[in-house]
Design a protein around this ligand. Structure first.
Ligand SMILES: Cc1ncc(C[n+]2csc(CCOP(=O)(O)OP(=O)(O)O)c2C)c(N)n1
Ligand SMILES: CC(=O)[C@@H](O)[C@H](O)COP(=O)(O)O
Ligand SMILES: [Mg+2]
Length: 617
């Protein structure tokens, strides 16, 4: 096996040129085999094997630096930098991350996870290099999907005036997670088909010329040439900006790639190499279903079918169903996603109401202001978005939605611990970043029925509101508790005095477990489903003080600025003295791994919370 010879960085340079193809094949088989067991981002990695090999061959790592946009395609880079063994524990607790991590390897130049940051980070490294008088090569690798994000253009705009070398590689596989969308995607498509277009143009000219009067038509067409120019001359957009464009080049031809990288190194300024790759290359099911194999669960290699098919609905499924109902009830309901129609469950809404569905690309900031515009225009926009990705649209929520009190609904999926994606993707900050914004309302459902009810409530509210729910199985317990949703009202599940467990969203289920453990120890405990984080139900908190000895707040959010702090403020404002325990996420980033293990680690499982309560008692 050639792969056995790759034990550390730069070992690839000892491989004979004639064996590059064989090594690429071995890497692909390795990735398919390992990811079929652990799960992970398969498609993007299979597409980037040759590109990564070429970069490692043409660069001198770690002095030269590669910044991987999103970082989900960095698996071959990990293999080539001595981390093959890590794939047995890929994205597992205390195992290897699925993204580049500076703390994991000195060959990882910059941490990523969220998209469209690589050019800014690369430019920063270039400036640092120049200021220190160093002579190294900095390469940012960005996908066509990530190039739909605004930050990439802010960075290119800035990079265009560079007078020293900075290489941007556009890894264009004509796919985001789902189909890539929008004008940039169309532009790249045009470049891709430019050769065919040239042939077509010649064919048309020749055919017209042979017809009577055809010459005149050809001349008129030629005069209109400038509008064709964008199609025919690849890279005009970048060139006009001041960024040298090289390409398009075949992203699976290692020697061709090395040649163009060497050429790019000689450019004094920013240079973009447009590389064409195929997502999922070399594995039939992934080539055929790139969206399904973008982030794959463990699967059977032979068939590509998931090893543990899902049998119960998750919260995304519930959201997906209620969205279709909401769309049917009210024609003003429109749905917006930032490149996540599959992940957020909006695909069914898109199929039913294509005119009222908007995929804006990986552009969360734009998605939010666009929604504000829709709301100002009389629509009822629902922005379906992952909690961690919404972080970048903070100002748009505040400035464009909330100051004007516009009725935008934020359906925040992946809120709470998400598991294997780790620290960049944990959705544990949304209570905090949303609750300080005036006019914003925030609620979280305890189970699948409550998600439906909350979505209906949210659409009727006529004010900004966030409904947040976690990744994974939708809780189907407590079915009999379905009191109508009232703004700022909690729901008493059980009232028995003793310890009042105020739980939010996913933590209501944990509160049931805590109550059972407390009963075993002979303590009484009430369960209150808080429902609203903003406004909190002050009446319920104050009333609990009357017949309880302790209040426990439970939330899957950082404690700082979260639900528990709001309850403490309420108690303080009303001069109530009562013992309190706050269960939530500490002031630290939470790594990747199984969610149950992570909860144990940070003390957010039922046993740890019960211990904390008993200690305080
Ligand atoms: C800010 C942000 N929004 C959404 C995502 C989710 N996401 C991860 S990869 C991806 C698609 C990226 O497409 P592209 O850059 O073309 O890379 P490819 O997957 O095609 O290799 C998306 C939408 C993210 N990581 N960051
Ligand atoms: C890399 C990235 O940001 C996405 O692919 C993300 O991993 C998707 O997460 P889900 O699996 O929760 O949809
Ligand atoms: Mg892509």
């Amino acid at each position: 096996m050639l792969l056995d010879k790759i034990e550390k960085a730069n070992d690839i340079k000892k491989i004979d040129k004639s064996d590059y193809g064989e090594l690429a094949e071995e890497i692909r088989q390795f990735l398919i085999q390992k990811i079929s067991v652990t799960g992970g981002h398969l498609g993007s990695n299979l597409g980037a094997v040759e590109l990564t090999m070429a970069l490692h061959l043409a660069l001198n790592l770690p002095e030269d630096k590669i910044i991987w946009d999103v970082g989900h395609q960095s698996y071959t880079h990990k293999i080539l930098t001595g981390r093959k063994d890590g794939f047995d524990v890929l994205r597992q607790f205390h195992g290897m991350s699925g993204f580049p991590k500076r703390k994991e390897s000195s060959y990882d130049a910059f941490d990523t996870g969220h998209s469209s940051t690589s050019i800014s980070a690369g430019l920063g490294l270039v400036k640092a290099r120049d200021l220190k008088g160093e002579k190294t090569t900095i390469v940012s690798v960005i996908g066509d999907g990530s190039l739909t994000g605004g930050m990439a253009y802010e960075a290119l705009n800035n990079a265009a005036k560079l007078e020293t070398n900075f290489i941007v590689i556009l890894n264009d596989n004509n796919m985001s997670i789902s189909e890539n969308v929008g004008g940039v995607s169309k532009y790249l498509n045009n470049i891709r088909t430019a050769t065919g277009y040239l042939d077509l143009k010649e064919g048309i000219y020749n055919a017209l010329k042979s017809k009577p009067g055809g010459d005149g038509i050809v001349n008129r067409l030629r005069r209109a040439k400038s509008s064709f120019k964008q199609l025919v001359i690849p890279g005009m957009f970048f060139e006009d900006m001041g960024v040298t464009y090289l390409g398009p080049v075949d992203g699976h031809d290692i020697e061709g790639l090395i040649k163009v990288i060497e050429e790019a190194k000689r450019v004094k300024g920013a240079v973009l190499i447009h590389v064409m790759t195929q997502k999922g290359k070399g594995y039939g099911p992934a080539e055929k279903h790139p969206a399904r194999f973008h982030g794959a669960e463990p699967f059977d290699i032979e068939t590509g079918i998931p090893s543990h098919p899902r049998t119960v609905a998750n919260y995304t499924d519930v959201f997906s169903t209620v969205m279709c109902k909401l769309g049917q009830r009210d024609e003003r309901v429109v749905a917006i996603t930032a490149a996540m129609p599959d992940g957020t469950g909006l695909k069914r809404f898109r199929n039913m109401y294509p005119d009222r569905f908007f995929d804006v690309g990986i552009a969360e900031e734009h998605a939010v202001t666009f929604a504000a515009g829709l709301a100002a225009g009389g629509m009822k926009p629902i922005v379906a978005v992952y909690s961690s990705f919404l972080q970048r649209a903070y100002d748009q929520i505040l400035h464009d939605v909330c100051i004007q009190n516009l009725p935008v609904v934020f359906a925040i999926d992946r809120a709470g611990l998400v598991g294997s994606d780790g620290e960049t993707h944990q959705g544990i900050f949304d209570y905090t970043y949303l609750s300080g914004i005036p006019n914003m309302h925030i609620c979280a459902p305890k189970n699948k029925w409550e998600l439906s009810d909350m979505m209906k409530f949210a659409v009727a509210l006529e004010a900004p509101i966030a409904v947040r729910y976690p990744r994974g199985t939708a809780y189907a317990g407590l079915a009999e508790y379905r009191a109508p949703i009232e703004l700022g009202k909690a729901e008493w599940i059980v009232r028995e005095g003793g310890i009042a467990l105020f739980a939010v969203g996913s933590m209501v289920k944990t509160a049931e477990e805590v109550q059972a453990l407390l009963h075993e120890k002979g303590y009484r405990a009430s369960i209150i489903n808080a429902r609203f984080i903003k406004p909190i139900d002050e009446e319920a908190v104050l009333s609990a003080c009357e017949d309880h000895d302790m209040i426990v707040t439970m939330e899957e959010n950082v404690l700082s600025g979260g639900f528990g702090e709001k309850v403490l403020t309420c108690l303080n404002d009303h001069d109530r003295q009562i013992k309190c325990v706050m269960a939530g996420i500490p002031d630290a980033y939470v790594e990747h791994g199984n969610v149950d293990l992570l909860k144990k680690e940070i003390g957010l499982d039922a046993v740890s919370i019960t211990e904390k309560i008993l200690e305080k008692l």
